[in-house]
Write a protein that binds this ligand. Structure first.
Ligand code: BTN
Length: 320
C-alpha cells in the first residue's frame, strides 16, 4: 500500500486529497494518514494541508523498490525487488530465499550489511545509506563450469553503467572494479548446484558509492575508494542500480541465448587493468611473477610465467 501511495504522489505535482486516496485504495482516511506518517519517517518529505491533502516535496536517497522501479528499463531483472533497511548479508539472505523458490531476476538490496562477505572469506564493509549491497538471483540452464563467466558479464555491465554516468573505471580480472588504482566495487558470485545442473546463482555486488574517506576501516583505506571520493560529488545509488540492471540483462541474455559471452569479454579486455602488465599470481602464501597476456574466449586470464610457460586462470587471485 505504501508503494501505491508513493507512486500516486510521485505522478502528481499538485495536492491529492486524503478522500481521493482513501476512495482509490478502499481504505479509511485514518489508514492513509498512518501510511503517510510511515513514509515521512522513511525520509519522504510530504506536505499535508487540511482540505487540500498531500503533496510530495522530495524523496529520500533509498534503494527501495519504490525508488528504483520507476527508473527500470528491464523486462526481467529488478521486477521483484526485496529491500532491507539492514541485513546480515544480501548474498546469504538471497540464498535463504532461493531455497524457498525465489525466481530469476529477483534483486535483494539493503541499505547496510552487518556481516557483508567478500571473496576468500574476507569481510566486506557496507555502511548505511552510502553503499550499494545488491544480490541478483540467476537460474541459468548452463553447465556449472561456465558460471565464472557471469562474474565477467557483471563486471562489464557495471563498467557500462558507470560510463553512462561519466565515471571511467578499470576492470581487474576477475571481479574488481577499480578507479585510480583503488577498489570501488567487488563481485561475489555464489551458486548451489549438482554436478551438471545449477539450482541457482547469487551474484553479489558491493559498491562504495557515497562513502567518505574517514568512514573506511583503517586496514583498507589505502586500497579502497568510493565514487564520491573520486568524483567529488554525491552519486545517485538508484540510478547506478537501474542502469546496471539494464546492461546486465542485455549481456546476460545474450550469453544465455547464444552461448557466448564474447561481447562482455571484449568490454573486460578494453577496460582491463591487468593486460600487458607484470602481475603476481597468488596461491595461498605463494606469489608467482607473471605477465597478463590476454583474456581468452572463455573469459579465462592467460598468464605467462617467467620461464615462458603459459597458463589459464579460471578464477583466483592476482595482484599488480
Ligand atoms: C570482493 O571483492 O571480495 C567481493 C565483495 C562482494 C560484496 C557484496 S555486497 C552484496 C553481497 N553480499 C555480500 O555479503 N557480499 C556481496
Amino acid at each position: 500500500m505504501k508503494k501505491k501511495i508513493i507512486n500516486i504522489l510521485k505522478s502528481n505535482d499538485d495536492f491529492i486529497s486524503g478522500q481521493m486516496l482513501s476512495d482509490q485504495f478502499g481504505i479509511t482516511r485514518a489508514a492513509i494518514w498512518k501510511y503517510i506518517t510511515q513514509l515521512k519517517k522513511e525520509g519522504y518529505e510530504i506536505e499535508s494541508i487540511s482540505r487540500k491533502g498531500y503533496r510530495l516535496i522530495s524523496s529520500p536517497d533509498l534503494i527501495s523498490s519504490e525508488e528504483i522501479t520507476p527508473l527500470l528499463e528491464t523486462k526481467v531483472f529488478g521486477k521483484n525487488i526485496i529491500h532491507y533497511d539492514s541485513i546480515h548479508s544480501t548474498n546469504s539472505q538471497a540464498k535463504l530465499l532461493c531455497d524457498e523458490g525465489l525466481q530469476e531476476g529477483s534483486v535483494i538490496l539493503s541499505e547496510e550489511q552487518t556481516s557483508g562477505r567478500g571473496r576468500l572469506g574476507r569481510n566486506w564493509s557496507s555502511p548505511k545509506g552510502s553503499s550499494i549491497s545488491m544480490s541478483v538471483v540467476l537460474k541459468p540452464e548452463i553447465n556449472p563450469v561456465h558460471v565464472a563467466k557471469v562474474t565477467q558479464i557483471s563486471a562489464a555491465a557495471l563498467s557500462l553503467a558507470f560510463e553512462e554516468m561519466d565515471i571511467q573505471c578499470n576492470i581487474k580480472w576477475p571481479n574488481d572494479i577499480i578507479i585510480n588504482n583503488k577498489k570501488v566495487c567487488g563481485i561475489l558470485t555464489e551458486m548451489s548446484s549438482e554436478l551438471n545442473k545449477i539450482n541457482y546463482v547469487v551474484m553479489g555486488i558491493g559498491i562504495n558509492v557515497n562513502i567518505d574517506e574517514e568512514a573506511f576501516p583503517d586496514e583498507i583505506k589505502s586500497i579502497a575508494t568510493s565514487l564520491k571520493i573520486e568524483y567529488g560529488k554525491q552519486i545517485s545509488r538508484k540510478q547506478i542500480i537501474a542502469s546496471f540492471l539494464k546492461y546486465f540483462e542485455n549481456l546476460y541474455f545474450e550469453f544465455i541465448n547464444t552461448g557466448s559471452a564474447e561481447s562482455s569479454f571484449e568490454i573486460c579486455r578494453k577496460r582491463s587493468l591487468l593486460l600487458g602488465k607484470n602481475i603476481y599470481v597468488i596461491r595461498g602464501s605463494e606469489r608467482t611473477p607473471a605477465t597478463a597476456v590476454s583474456i581468452d574466449e572463455n573469459g579465462e586470464l592467460i598468464v605467462k610465467y617467467e620461464d615462458g610457460t603459459l597458463s589459464n586462470l579460471v578464477s583466483g587471485e592476482v595482484s599488480v
